[in-house]
Ligand binder design. Sequence first.
Ligand SMILES: Cc1cc2nc3c(=O)[nH]c(=O)nc-3n(C[C@H](O)[C@H](O)[C@H](O)COP(=O)(O)O)c2cc1C
Length: 327
Amino acid sequence: MELAAFRALEPLCWRSPSAHNTQPWRLDHRPGAIRVGWEQAYTLPAADPSGRDLRLSLGAFVETCLIVAADAGLGMRFVADHCVANRRVGWLRASPHRYDTPFNAAQVLTRRTHRGRFSAGPDAEVVAAADAVARASGGTVRAVPDAGLLARLLRVADRQTYADPAVVGELRSWLRLTPAHPHYHADGLTDRCLGLSGREATALRAALAAYPALRRLGLPRLLAAASGNPLALGGAALVLVGPPGTDDATEVEFGRVLARTWLTLHAAGLAAHPLSQLVDASDTREALGALLGVAPRRLLHVARVGRPVGPAAPSARRVGGVGQGLR
Ligand SMILES: Cc1cc2nc3c(=O)[nH]c(=O)nc-3n(C[C@H](O)[C@H](O)[C@H](O)COP(=O)(O)O)c2cc1C
């Protein structure tokens, strides 16, 4: 009964965040349980070859489902059962108890990634609250102590990203730089969410179209330079660190932690702007690990965090809202 009632809530669960907004999750209702899996077509083999961001996104989705169910008075729990061969992270099952969470469906609906200007970073109290969320699962949230070094690492990571034609091609396939794009209201990264003006969006489209021809003539360096320094837009960088021995299953669990961390920030009037390239690029991951004194594999996510100056545009979804019916 609880599981059948959950069907009506699924469009709200789709508000969960995912890398490149691919919404990789898939729910299958089976007798007695809902299987939580993923679609291969919505993974990022070039940008996320290890699958770390996929597993974080799936974990965040699980947490979102539990929060939305609890808010509706439904008793539901998650049983982790990660199996790559079956593209499954686990099962949602009915429970006699509601999931115990301080968060609600309204917060799931209103949380947003924010790539714009921040008037202030997180104060010590908020960092401690986010850290407490991670510590409850054996991890930690750390502020990056050296902003200058971080800005340099970001430049290196951006250059590495734009130097790889497969990564650029994949990014291009998820960019929605004009409302005329057929999937503009369904998924991917829109011009509005990226905070691009009409002129900037047109220039980026032209540059990416010319990429194959101009790659060897220094376009990657130009694109990296054009992405600017987001750290100059205010806020402070926070790193989500997993426990010693972090493995694939831990990353799914820490996707749940990531969702709780972002909702903790949201509840305090703050937002996150992920900078995953810092963890994706091997050189910058190593350097960041050395800076924080942790093994690089334990670095799960980096985001600029702060108090947004203005609202962020809502991102698209294949299910619910304007994207309804496109699933
Ligand atoms: C694991 C993960 C990694 C992400 N990495 C980045 C990133 O490197 N840069 C970025 O701008 N956004 C990143 N995002 C944010 C997504 O693009 C965003 O969640 C998605 O577009 C949906 O938008 P919303 O969060 O506003 O709902 C990431 C999100 C997740 C869950």
